[in-house]
Design a binder for this molecule. Structure first.
Ligand code: SF4
Ligand code: SF4
Length: 182
């Protein structure tokens, strides 16, 4: 048996309603023409001030790392791998190999699993996401790079802004103090 649909009643055409709708749209257009709500980010003259808890670039505290490999194993994007480095055994004084992670930012999806799983808090996020690379190879960080926090090219140059919801105007862009606001 074919499915039955409820018949939808179309209201009769009302010239007054049509004119009213068009006028209200024109009034809305006029309102934003007079008082525009521009939210486009004028980067790098402006940049989004990220929260301190933002999951941005990940940095390694090498001295804390115990080489357990948990970060590389849990990574769902195969962005992290372990390398072996020859170090001096603090107990025996003899050379030995120790494992450390390195990261490929071509692949990282910033899920934060590696940071969460690390048993000794050797990895941490920084609230930076707009780092410039000249080519893809630069996105593969070696052990030295993995320990240095990259800088956003806009921070220090542009004005920090944030997007907030205004009940009257919707999404609006507001200036925030540099260093302020968590
Ligand atoms: S944040 Fe996620 S994708 Fe990036 S290296 Fe860590 S586990 Fe892998
Ligand atoms: S999970 Fe932590 S301790 Fe283990 S290898 Fe990764 S960074 Fe080092």
């Amino acid at each position: 048996m074919p499915p039955r649909f409820a018949e939808k009643k179309v209201p009769p055409y009302s010239f007054a309603k049509a004119v009213g709708s068009n006028l209200s749209l024109l009034a809305l257009g006029l309102k934003y023409f007079v008082n525009p709500n521009r939210i486009t980010l004028d980067y790098p003259k402006e940049y989004i001030k990220l929260r301190d808890t933002y999951r941005g670039f990940i940095i390694l505290k090498k001295a804390k790392c115990i080489g357990c490999e948990s970060c590389a194993r849990i990574c769902p994007a195969a962005a992290m791998k372990m390398i072996k480095l020859q170090i001096k055994d603090p107990k025996t004084g003899k050379p030995k190999l120790k494992k450390y992670p390195v990261i490929n930012y071509q692949r990282c999806i910033f899920c934060g699993y590696c940071v969460d799983v690390c048993p000794v808090e050797a990895l941490y996020h920084i609230p930076v996401h707009d780092v410039v690379y000249m080519n893809l190879e630069e996105m593969k960080w070696n052990l030295e790079q993995f320990q240095v926090e990259p800088k956003s090219p806009a921070v220090g140059e542009g004005a920090p802004v944030r997007y907030v919801f205004d009940p009257e105007r919707g999404l609006v862009k507001v200036r925030v103090e540099e260093g302020g606001g968590k």
